[in-house]
Design a protein around this ligand. Sequence first.
Ligand code: PMP
Length: 383
Amino acid sequence: MSIATADPFAWIDAAAEQRRSAGLVRTLRPRPAVGDVLDLASNDYLGLTHDPRVTRAAADAALRWGGGATGSRLVTGTTELHAELEQELADFCGVEAALVFSSGYTANLAALTALTGPGALIVSDALNHASLIDGCRLSRARVARAAHRDPDAFRAELATRSEERAIAVSDSVFSVDGDAAPLAALAAACRDHGAALVVDDAHGLGVLGPGGAGATAAAGLAGAPDVVTTVTLSKSLASQGGAVLGPRRVIEHLVQAARTFIFDTGLAPAAAGAALGALRALRAEPSRAERAREVAHALSTGLLERGLAASVPDAAVVGVRAPSPEAALAWATELRARGLGVGCFRPPSVPDRFSRLRLTARADLTDEQIAWAVDLIAETARR
Ligand code: PMP
C-alpha cells in the first residue's frame, strides 16, 4: 500500500489491541443514582453535591444568567456571580485576590505558564498531578523533578540554579494516597532562594485548615506574598471549575497574560452559583471539614486493624494497596456489586507499581456506614 492510501488511524487499532492484551482498557460507566450504592469513589468530600443550597444556587444562576457564560471572561463571560465567587474565595482562604477558571486544570496551566517561561526554572514534585506536569511542559521553563515530599531536594535544585526566576510547585495533598506535602518547609526553601511557591490545593480546600480554608492556611501561609494557591471547585465545593488565589498583583498579571484565562470561555453561571452555594454552606457549617478528616481516619484505622494495607490519611483520601492489578479490579467489581462504590487505580495511573483501591471520605457519612464499608472491604479482600 502506498503511503497516500494508508489508513491514517490504523495505529489506533494497534494501540487498542496492546491495551486490551495488557488488561489496561479504561471504561466509561454512568455513575449510579444517589441511594443505589454507598459512594466512596467521588471527590464530594463535604457531601454537598446534592445539598439543596448548592443545587438551588445552580438552578437560580442558570435561570438568571443562562446556560452558558456566552464568551470569554474578558468579553461577555464575567457575571456578578463570578466576581462574588472570587471575592468570597479570597476572603475564605485569607488571600488578597482570586481568579476563577473553567477548571482546576486550566487554573494550573495558567499559574505555571504565566508565572514562568523560557529562562525560568520550575522545581516540581515527582508525583504532581498531570495538570501540573502539563503546565510545566507548556511553560517552556526548565523543569527539575524533585523527589516526592522532599524539601531538601527542592532546596538543592533552587540553590544550584542559573536562572534568575524560579518557582517550586507541589500538590498539597496527593490524589492517590492522600499524603500531604511539607508546605511550610517548601515555602522556607523557596524564601531562602528567592523563589515563589505554587500549591495545588485541589484536595485540601474544604478539608484542611481552619474551617476548611485549605492546606496553605493550615501551613500558616495564607496571604503570604510569595505563595500562589490553585484550587478546583469540583471536589469540596461540589461544582465545576477552578481558581488561582494569591497576591493581587499576581492575579492581575494572570488576567493580562494567562492564555487559559484569556482564550477560554468563562465558567458557566450554574457552576459559579453552585460553588458559591457550597462555599456559603461550608462557612455556615465549618465542622464539615473536620468531619471529612475524621471519616477518612475511621476508614483507614478500621482497614488497618483488619490487616489491609491502608494509607494513613492526611486529608480525605485513603489508598488501599492490593496484591495485584487483577485483585484490585476484582475487589472493586465485587464491592460495587454489593453496593459500595470505590475507586480502582492500576498502573500506569499509580505513582509506584502498586494497584490500589482509592477511598474518599465524605463529611455526611454516618458511623454505621463507615463500619459497614470497612467490614465489606475486609471481607471482600479476604476472599
Ligand atoms: N489538581 C489535582 C491534584 C486534581 O486531583 C485535579 C482533579 N482531578 C485537578 C488538579 C484538576 O481539577 P479539575 O478537575 O477542576 O480540572
